[in-house]
Design a protein around this ligand. Structure first.
Ligand code: HSE
Length: 393
């Protein structure tokens, strides 16, 4: 096992989690040589000699062979990753937005420079899903992969629905625990789980989809009436990214809240826990559960990647190499519950079939089939009007 010298960018929630995990790991040692941070006036828990403010103190340090990138800003992170790889350094990152927006270029960079870029911590925190897809499901066709990929929204849904907290207090709790993104819109509107779905789609189906093409509807418009609807039917509300094979040539993907019943393994996945269901053609269903957010669980996933580098591990993107013909499609029909402000809104959002509808003074909803294409076109309208939309199965 090689002794690795690390240059760490960012010392926030995940950076400190990694530091803790490294300090307490008994089986694996790596040296943090330098930590580059943004704010000079913040109090740090590490020796001040370790801290620097200039990125070149890491990038141009020949002793550093691994760059661990744990900053918030996706554009800056991409620049750091590119510069590190151009200088022959391996990279570990947890930055899901940066990865999802640049997957194609990042794969080329790895090939060109013969280096590793590992990012287990970017999707579903401590659940080792990327390496499982890469190493175990590399040869089996998958039918679908879906689950709870965002700890913040799952925490909010648990606290509001099961424990009766109001939305703002629950969100504040998620922020205090270090689960939420610095702009929590990314969590509650479903952007964060969408980036994770895009990353997992590459490893599970070999397809790169640009995040802008994937629908993400969140939970910010959830109302008491929607909660009441779920509880009367003994259903739970979970925000689920879904990636599904439609046929040998087409894959669909979306992030939409779902009403699920207690036969679904995700029913009992609460608080900041994430759950992933992988359905293979031969293997059937597998269910993975673990902490999806938080300092130590995410730090542990970063540590595991650093450890993998010590034995020269690389993703081989086997599904991507095999996939010459798969395309993304939104030509699928979904069973949808849509809470409306008024019936006239149905002129904007066209259902293919309506199965049931309810109108009263303060609560209106429609259940029926709607195409994903139509929902995608209506997403700005749904957000503006604060309509709550969920898949109901
Ligand atoms: N904000 C993210 C979440 C952090 O809540 O899941 C982990 O990626």
């Amino acid at each position: 096992m090689k002794q690795l010298n690390i240059g760490l960018f960012g010392f926030g929630c995940v950076g400190q989690g990694l530091y803790f995990a490294l300090q307490h790991s008994t089986g694996f040692r790596a040296n943090i040589k330098k930590i580059v941070v943004k704010h000079p006036h913040k109090k740090r828990i590490v020796d001040s000699d370790l801290i620097a403010y200039d990125k070149y103190e890491i990038l141009d340090n020949p002793e550093i062979d691994v760059v661990v990138e744990l900053i918030d800003n996706a554009e800056e992170a991409f620049e750091i990753v590119k510069m590190a790889m151009e200088r022959g350094k391996h990279v570990v990152t947890a930055n899901k937005k940066m990865l999802a927006m640049n997957l194609e270029e990042l794969i080329s960079l790895q090939k060109k420079n013969q280096l590793s870029l590992l990012y287990e911590a970017s999707a579903c925190g401590s659940i080792p899903i990327i390496r499982t897809l890469e190493e175990y499901f590399d040869n089996e066709d998958l039918l679908q992969l879906y689950g709870i990929f965002n700890g913040t929204t799952n925490y909010i849904l648990t606290k509001t629905i099961d424990e009766g907290l109001d939305y703002q207090t629950a969100l504040k709790g998620a922020q205090q625990e270090g689960f939420a993104e610095s702009d929590p819109t990314n969590d509650v509107e479903g952007f964060d789980p969408k980036y994770k779905a895009v990353i997992l789609c590459l490893h599970a189906f070999g397809l790169i989809i640009h995040p802008d093409k994937v629908l993400n509807l969140g939970i910010s418009s959830l109302s008491e009436n929607d909660i009441q609807f779920a509880s009367e039917k003994s259903l739970k509300i979970k925000l689920l990214p879904v990636i599904r094979k439609i046929d040998d040539h087409q894959i669909t993907a979306y992030v939409i809240p779902h009403f699920i019943n207690n036969n679904n393994n995700l029913f009992k996945v609460d608080r900041e826990f994430n759950g992933v269901i992988v359905e293979g053609e031969f293997s059937g269903q597998q269910f993975f559960q673990g902490k999806g957010a938080g300092s130590h669980p995410t730090g542990s996933a970063v540590l595991s990647d650093i450890s993998a580098l010590s034995y020269d591990y690389k993703y081989s993107f086997k599904k991507f190499e095999q996939n010459g013909h798969k395309k993304f499609t939104q030509k699928v029909l979904l069973d949808i519950y849509l809470r409306l402000n008024s019936k006239s809104e149905l002129e904007q959002i066209i259902f293919e079939e309506i199965h049931s509808q309810y109108y009263s003074q303060d609560y209106n909803y429609v259940i029926g089939k709607i195409s994903l294409e139509q929902l995608f076109r209506s997403q700005a309208y749904l957000r503006e009007q604060k309509l709550f939309c969920a898949v109901i199965e």
